[in-house]
Design a protein around this ligand. Structure first.
Ligand code: G
Ligand code: G
Ligand code: MN
Ligand code: NA
Length: 252
């Protein structure tokens, strides 16, 4: 039996799990939101998305998988809303999901089914996904934005966005790719690139999320560049929902 059949069955039989990585304020360390990251619990093993997302994309399983992620994430966000936390929750979108005609309808249905306040969910999209079909991307982003959808440009700095497009698209923030953060102490070029991205974001009124922050030294450099959001092992790795909720309560 092929991996594809196993994954199809796994999706149907509830073998997917969402883990949540906190996104915190660089100044206060307070939890501001989270990124939802999918895992596959199969035959006693927790399989990372790198090992099945590409297969899901090739086979089309990314559509049911993505729908499960969206519904499950919205359910968590609704639980946080009920508990009095106003968090932003991001989910990753593959290009196949993004160009699917049904995405806008699905997002509307999920909002109606969960009663989640619009504006809590952020869609993470990559530069290459957007730039591949810029006119269509602009149209879909516009339609989602009209019903409260928000957008982060993920892995920023590794793709090839035209700056003019950044202005044209209804983006809410940029996530600086972790390769720049990793070298921020040792490499003046990485530092300069991060500074340039931060100042670009300030000019365009976009939020900044620095990804892959692992050390207090890296955090120190970032704090010197102005207020931003931080994601990385220094604050917390991705954790199961119950653990994330415990972190939230600790921060009260
Ligand atoms: O969770 P991990 O740290 O291994 O994530 C690896 C990559 O898998 C992430 O960079 C992300 O782009 C991708 N990924 C994780 N969860 C999802 C998901 O729910 N949908 C899609 N399309 N990609 C995901
Ligand atoms: O969607 P994206 O590719 O940005 O997904 C984030 C990925 O980065 C996930 O695979 C997550 O597990 C990973 N990650 C999160 N924090 C850190 C970190 O501090 N260091 C490293 N190396 N990876 C991280
Ligand atoms: Mn991401
Ligand atoms: Na990223």
């Amino acid at each position: 039996i092929s991996l594809e059949s196993k994954l199809r069955r796994g999706i149907e039989q509830g073998e997917l799990e969402l883990h949540f990585q906190p996104v915190v304020s660089s100044g206060s360390g307070k939890i501001h939101g989270a990124e939802a990251l999918v895992r596959w619990r199969h035959e006693g093993e927790l399989i990372a998305p790198g090992e099945f997302i590409p297969l899901a994309e090739e086979s089309g399983l990314i559509l049911p998988l993505g729908e499960w992620v969206l519904r499950t994430a919205a359910g968590r966000a609704r639980a946080w809303q009920d508990a009095g936390y106003r968090l932003g929750l991001s989910i990753n979108l593959s290009s196949r999901q993004f160009t699917d005609q049904e995405l806008v309808k699905l997002y509307l249905a999920v909002l109606a089914d969960t009663g989640l306040e619009p504006g809590r969910l952020y869609f993470e999209i990559t530069e290459s996904l957007l730039m591949k079909e810029i006119d269509r991307a602009q149209h879909i982003l516009g339609a989602l934005r009209d019903i409260g959808g928000k957008f982060y440009l993920d892995d920023f700095g590794t793709g090839y966005s035209s700056l003019a497009y950044l202005k044209r698209l209804p983006l809410d923030g940029l996530k600086i790719d972790r390769s720049f953060i990793r070298d921020i102490e040792s490499d003046a070029d990485s530092r300069a690139i991060v500074e340039a991205i931060v100042s670009l974001a300030q000019t365009l009124h976009l939020a900044i999320v620095a990804e892959g922050v692992e050390t207090t030294e890296q955090l120190g450099f970032l704090q010197g560049m102005g207020p931003m959001l931080i994601q990385g092992y220094l604050a917390s790795p991705p954790v199961p929902a119950e653990r994330f909720d415990a972190l939230l309560r600790q921060g009260d």
